[in-house]
Design a protein around this ligand. Sequence first.
Ligand code: 13P
Length: 301
Amino acid sequence: MDNGIISEILELKDEKDAVILAHSYQPPEIQDIADHVGDSLQLSRTAASTRSSVIVFCGVRFMAETAHILSPEKTVLLPEPEAGCPLADCIEVPALRSMQDVYPDALTVLYVNSPADVKAESYACCTSANALEVVESVPSDEIIFAPDRNLGTFVSRKSDKTIHIWNGACRCHATADIQNIRAVMEEWSDAELLVHPETPPEVWELAHAVLGTGGMIKHVAESSSQRFIIGTEEGMAYRLKTLYPDREFRTGGNIYCVNMKKITLQKILDSLKKLEPAIELDTEIREKAYAAVARMTEITG
Ligand code: 13P
């Protein structure tokens, strides 16, 4: 670990009145220097409530955009502008509008893993932590759920509403290696398997619980098990080991997000020095997207 660069980041962070937010999929050295490590929902809440004037967002673009939507008066830095999300990029405004034309009575619930201009066309956003709650709370029995088909299917199995599901997926979760999960389960037969709802239904069938990353943290706190196999991006195993050093964690499914790993200490330092690259959005899109994100926070606090 390069302590020189870490000291420089921490000094500059104070000087620039910045806070460092990191998603639990970030590499260990980034999680270690962050002020807050969390899931998409927690990080949105922190972005909305922080008093710092600069947010260094260590995650992928849609997360930094959500922070900017919630806190437009702050400078939101995404240290690597190419840290995108193929799931978010699989949906575009004209295609969503076409689906809305087919189902004119449906309200659109959009997973936050989506671009800002698509959020602007939606009724409410959700994360994996609150998708069912948001779907149940919106004032229509007919829903368009986009863009993740696995999360949409997960919600539709628990809801009586009519849900039209967009056919998108997270490349790394949707291709989780089931053979690998089974092999790890055989080696650790006493372990609980916790998987993310972006994995396919065949993976959920093997699991003890299907949870977003924040839900996994709570589940471990409440469980009496000693060992856990984690079916989500591998950074999450590091997060859990840090929080629960007396338990054992292994990843299952070989789920690795290249975009999450594009953020480096050097890029954080460079972005703090220059205060760029900063997220910028068209004002009208930002304001309309805010309405959808704010509905989510009104529903789930
Ligand atoms: P969480 O909301 O569970 O943190 O998931 C974020 C994500 O992007 C999963 O791929």
